[in-house]
Design a protein around this ligand. Structure first.
Ligand code: NAP
Ligand code: MG
Length: 398
């Protein structure tokens, strides 16, 4: 059988620890036997980032801009302990943060559903994708403690000399205060990414803020979304899709009662909190995919989880671990499908479908990694296997 040919490369970003081990297994056993794989390889493993003063991360992000599609393995975001463990020159920033800043992207996270692993919320039948705005708000705020009686003000000095000032509060006792900001450009990018991703995946888009209370801050988000929606309205109507704005508390209530199958766009903090709630309720972080979409149409696929350090230390001691490779496999299938779509290669797209189907079929036949065993609810006996055995089972179905 001849292998599937590719035209343009995928930007391949290797990573760290257990996921780096899985990465190689997935390529060797699931992809390379079937696809004449073309990638432009960037090693984002911590050692290489240190060697290149993190230039490799910037290069990889620029390569995604050039080729339009990337796939990334989980990477270590160094903290003090990692600086020591790897004798790093300095504490590098999160690669995901760096890539996101260069691509100006929005992250979409969606669960992989399995017949036999039921969401905690009984009526959820389809995935709920969370789109989290990745700029500003409380993550870039300025905070202060008011230590005594006094007046707090918020001041804006325009470049042209205009000054606007508002009293925040006249403190009669000690207290706390904060100022947060966002930018129209960033909110616009976020809105474009959401509408485009909704169209690309043919799902409705929900967006929620608290505009009734936050009449300028949140209301600006609502207004910008409404304005940008006009550009996509016809496309939405053509596909029978809806854009639906509601208050965040109403959205939460509706999400719980819904059957899923839509994208829920959230401001930065809401997205942080809600994505953990949604992924836990769907089952496991190891079954969560993540894709970064830039406003100019570049896509970067990855697993939502980290490098699974605890398993890696066991692996180093010679243990065959039962680490779940599903989200990383789906990162590859997502990237291959997108590459196929952009380059008009139906065979590559159908290979991505088959790879996902073989993975799901393996689990649905009762063969799974340790993390899923406790979630299994079908009356087919569940068999716990190692990552290696699991991947071999997928390969045999493929
Ligand atoms: P983690 O790697 O996601 O793992 C946390 C725990 O979740 C694991 O110990 C494991 O639980 C379970 N788990 C996660 N993924 C799993 C999988 N595929 N299969 C089975 N179990 C899985 O998070 P972390 O331990 O907090 O972070 C480790 C490193 O990853 C850190 O250096 C962090 O900077 C990095 N990180 C990277 C990314 C990214 O690149 N996108 C994201 C998050 C974290 P048990 O031990 O109970 O089995
Ligand atoms: Mg969080």
């Amino acid at each position: 059988m001849s292998k599937i040919k590719m035209i343009n490369p995928i930007v391949e970003m290797d990573g760290d620890e257990m996921t780096r081990i899985l990465w190689q297994m997935i390529k060797d056993e699931l992809i390379l036997p079937h696809v004449e794989l073309k990638t432009e390889y960037y090693d984002l493993g911590l050692k290489e980032r240190d060697k290149t003063d993190d230039k490799i991360t910037t290069d990889a992000a620029n390569a995604i801009k050039k080729y339009g599609v990337g796939v990334k393995c989980a990477t270590i975001t160094p903290n003090a302990q990692r600086v020591e463990e790897y004798s790093l020159k300095r504490m590098y920033k999160s690669p995901n943060g760096t890539i996101r800043a260069i691509l100006d992207g929005t992250v979409f996270r969606a669960p992989i559903l399995i017949n036999g692993i039921n969401p905690v919320v009984k009526n959820w039948k389809k995935p709920i994708t969370i789109a989290r705005h990745a700029y500003g708000d409380v993550y870039r705020d300025v905070e202060m403690r008011a230590t005594q009686k006094g007046k707090a003000t918020l001041t804006f000095e325009g470049e042209d000399g205009t000054v606007e000032s508002e009293t925040v509060y006249n403190f009669e006792c000690p207290g706390v205060l904060l100022a947060q900001h966002n930018k129209d450009t960033s909110i616009r990018s976020f809105a474009h990414a959401c509408f485009r991703y909704a169209i690309a995946t043919k799902q409705d888009l929900w967006f929620s803020t608290k505009d009734t209370i936050s009449k300028k801050y949140d209301h600006t988000f609502k207004d910008i979304f409404e304005e940008i929606f006009q550009e996509y309205k016809a496309e939405f109507e053509k596909n029978g899709m809806t854009y639906f704005y509601t208050l965040i508390d109403d959205a939460v209530a509706r999400v719980i009662r819904s059957e899923g199958g839509y994208i829920w766009a959230c401001k930065n903090y809401d997205g942080d909190v809600m994505s953990d709630m949604v992924s836990t309720a769907f089952g496991s972080l190891a079954m969560m995919t993540s894709v970064l979409v830039s406003p100019d149409g570049n896509f970067e696929y990855e697993a939502a989880h980290g490098t699974v350090t605890k398993h890696y230390y066991k692996y180093l001691e010679g243990e065959q671990t039962s680490t779940n490779p599903v989200a990383t496999i789906f990162a590859w299938s997502g990237a291959l499908r997108k590459r196929g779509e952009k380059d008009e290669l139906p065979e590559l797209m159908s290979f991505a479908d088959r790879l996902e189907k073989a993975t799901i079929d393996t689990i649905e036949s009762g063969i799974m990694t340790k993390d899923l065993i406790g979630l299994w609810e079908r009356n087919i006996p569940a068999k716990q296997v190692t990552s290696q055995e699991f991947i071999t089972e997928i390969a045999s179905r493929l």
